[in-house]
Ligand binder design. Structure first.
Ligand SMILES: [Zn+2]
Length: 194
């Protein structure tokens, strides 16, 4: 069986010393494709470098991560949108709302999330959602902007079964199970279709 890793920031400088080894190990373990979600303006050249070094095994998503949303987010989004047009990106991400670290930018994060869902609709691309302490806020936006062709994965999900059900109903049953946080129910994965 071949696997696709839908979320790997392999381009991060944290991996400068062992990136190649890591990617080769993944390929050996039947990971056919690794999807690189963008974070901010600064990460774009790093992402593109990794994409060009491993063209057979990586694809990339373009977007502004919620924890990188600052006062200048509209300018940054304009920049990233140009980048979206330049390359063959396969998704919009990662995008969403994160109220775990800082609640002061909730309005800006929400606006950035909405704008980027608009990109996904316009270009018929799936979205990679980052949600942390923000399920209701994310779904207020999703309910407002939902359309039948909106697809994607939830990354960083730490909610309940009923919330997971809502995700799978909304995102055409393409929710990704990703239980990496300590308060995520270990049994939740059983209920989420891959
Ligand atoms: Zn991420």
């Amino acid at each position: 069986m071949k696997f696709i890793d839908t979320h790997a920031h392999l381009y991060s400088s944290d991996f400068d010393n062992d990136r190649n080894d890591m990617i080769q190990r993944a390929i050996t373990q039947d990971v056919a494709l690794m999807l690189l979600p963008n974070i901010d303006k600064e990460s774009v050249p790093l992402l593109k470098k990794t994409l060009k070094t491993y063209p057979k095994h990586t694809k990339a998503a373009m977007g502004l991560h919620p924890t990188s949303v600052a006062d200048d987010f509209e300018n940054v989004l304009q920049n990233l949108y140009q980048e979206l047009l330049n390359e063959d990106y396969v998704a919009i991400g990662e995008i969403g709302i994160d109220l775990y670290w800082d609640k002061s930018k909730q309005a800006e994060q929400t606006e950035a999330f909405k704008i980027q869902i608009g990109w996904a609709k316009q270009h018929h691309l799936p979205i990679i959602i980052h949600s942390r302490d923000s399920f209701d806020e994310i779904f207020a936006v999703m309910d407002e902007l939902w359309s039948p062709d909106l697809r994607g994965v939830f990354h960083c999900f730490s909610g309940t079964k009923s919330q997971a059900d809502k995700i799978t109903r909304t995102l055409q049953r393409q929710a990704q199970r990703e239980c990496i946080y300590p308060h995520c129910s270990p049994t939740l994965g059983r209920f989420t279709p891959l």
